[in-house]
Ligand binder design. Structure first.
Ligand SMILES: Cc1cc2nc3c(=O)[nH]c(=O)nc-3n(C[C@H](O)[C@H](O)[C@H](O)COP(=O)(O)OP(=O)(O)OC[C@H]3O[C@@H](n4cnc5c(N)ncnc54)[C@H](O)[C@@H]3O)c2cc1C
Length: 429
């Protein structure tokens, strides 16, 4: 792998955040090197997402970013087919006790200026989605939301970056951020050093390992979320769907992608790394104890003991192993979806997968260009809903890397918020 030994911007990570950053920086005539440890793009979070591009159902501080990102996704349609469909998003309410939560989400959306978000009764929902003939009470409806096939969306940004002259290094792992007199000056990689004017660390769940090489602590917990995909069925619905217990979208090829939806149960492998974040995670673990399946990762602990570190970059796998899928959970999600959409009863799954999510204690992303040495931007902690934001995160990272500031409001996402009292998210995911 021959990479230039100097670049204006070195981007670490070939998921949607890194790809969009490389594309934005190269389009602004910066010389760019993107480093990705896997042999292609979107092999971790970004290639495993459900592909729902939604504004609604996130914290109000993220609404402006999500709205801008959706606009950028829609513009990208002219460039390539990435299965973009603007079908809107329905949050189903299947029991009385869920209603106040949806009412709260609607009022949050209205406060943030999303006037088009509405609470519909079951008959109104069936006008939008006639196949929803099973029992439910109503749904929160956002007509502007969309969906796409996430690995294709990421590839689009990688191609855009390459066309604008960025160098993409697949199969190259970043091993250390190099600092000199308070400024980031280079990235050490498995194929040598790349000198850098600025560095964007967009390495998903592994970002804390890189950050640690310059003394930074970023509280991220890696959890696994599960998905399945069915065999193709006749076209039934174009909306993305979320509810307590199921989430889904139907691809243009007829396959239905299903997750456990709102507040989904996730899996976490406990290692020694968890000890250092107890202050952040204990309150969240108590609130969401029914949402996390915990298993002790003995092999992981042994590796940490061997390396005498819980955050050494030696512990970052060159090619990540397949995260296990919780099949009973996604089967039950498919059954619950089929109760609302009876045409899906008995439809066989043909693919299962799990994906690592970079969870933060408050469920909000970390987007910051004022952490650690000058010239370092960190974007991580997208907490299970960051694929949507990718295009705008790329613009923000590029602003921070090239100009040192951005006009978008990133104050709620600064790392320094963890110095004070950490707020609790309303949902697990
Ligand atoms: C099952 C599942 C479903 C989801 N569904 C949705 C959804 O419907 N909508 C939504 O908006 N979001 C969803 N998400 C969340 C979304 O996938 C992520 O928030 C987003 O893709 C994160 O993108 P990223 O580029 O920041 O990180 P990633 O895609 O994880 O990319 C980080 C990259 O950095 C690379 N890397 C790490 N360390 C190094 C290193 N040292 N050197 C070189 N490379 C390195 C990794 O290999 C990886 O490719 C889902 C996530 C999962 C797991």
């Amino acid at each position: 792998m021959n990479l230039p030994d100097t670049a204006d911007v070195v981007v670490i990570g070939g998921g949607i955040t890194g790809a969009a950053t490389a594309a934005a920086a190269a389009a602004r005539n910066a010389s760019v090197v993107l480093i990705e440890k896997e042999t292609g793009p979107a092999r971790e979070g970004s290639g495993r997402a459900q592909g729902s591009l939604r504004v609604q159902g996130r914290h109000g501080s993220e609404f402006p970013l999500a709205q801008e990102a959706l606009r950028l996704w829609a513009e990208a349609v002219a460039e390539a087919d990435f299965e973009f469909v603007r079908g809107g998003n329905l949050y189903f309410c299947t029991s009385e006790d869920e209603l106040p939560i949806l009412q709260h989400l609607v009022s949050q959306a209205h406060t943030a200026g999303l006037a088009e978000v509405q609470l519909l009764d079951a008959d109104q929902v069936r006008e939008i989605m006639p196949c929803a003939t099973g029992p439910f009470l109503g749904a929160m409806w956002s007509p502007v939301d969309a969906q796409c096939q996430p690995e294709k969306g990421t590839e689009l940004y990688i191609r855009r970056a390459e066309k604008s002259g960025a160098h993409i290094g697949f199969g190259v792992k970043a091993t250390r951020l190099v600092e000199n007199r308070g400024r980031i000056v280079a990235v050490d990689t498995t194929v040598g050093r790349v000198h850098a004017g600025a560095v964007v660390a967009a390495a998903g769940v592994w970002t804390p390992h890189l950050a640690r090489t310059v003394g930074l602590r970023i509280p991220i917990m890696a959890v696994i979320m599960s998905e399945l995909e069915t065999r193709p069925v006749e076209p039934l619905f174009q909306q993305t769907i979320r509810a307590f217990g199921f989430g889904a979208r139907q691809r243009p090829n007829g396959r239905v992608v299903v997750s456990a939806g709102l507040n989904a149960k996730v899996t976490h492998s406990v290692t020694l790394a968890d000890l250092s974040g107890v202050r952040y995670w204990l309150p969240r673990a108590m609130s969401f104890r029914n949402n996390v399946k915990v298993a002790v990762d003995i092999a992981g602990i042994m590796r940490q003991l061997r390396h005498r570190s819980v955050l050494s970059t030696d512990l970052v796998p060159h090619e990540s192993p397949e995260p296990p899928c919780d099949r009973p959970l996604v089967h039950s999600a498919l059954d619950r979806l089929a109760a609302v959409v009876p045409d899906l009863k008995g439809v066989a799954p043909v693919r299962y997968w799990g994906g690592l999510i970079d969870l933060t204690p408050d469920g909000l992303p970390v987007i910051d260009g004022q952490v650690g040495p000058d010239g370092l931007t960190v974007i991580t902690g997208l907490s299970g809903h960051g694929f949507t934001l990718g295009p705008v995160l790329g613009e923000i990272a590029c602003d921070l890397a090239l100009n040192g500031h951005t006009n978008r409001d990133i104050e709620p996402f600064r790392l320094s918020r963890y110095r004070g009292k950490v707020s609790q998210p309303e949902m697990m995911i």
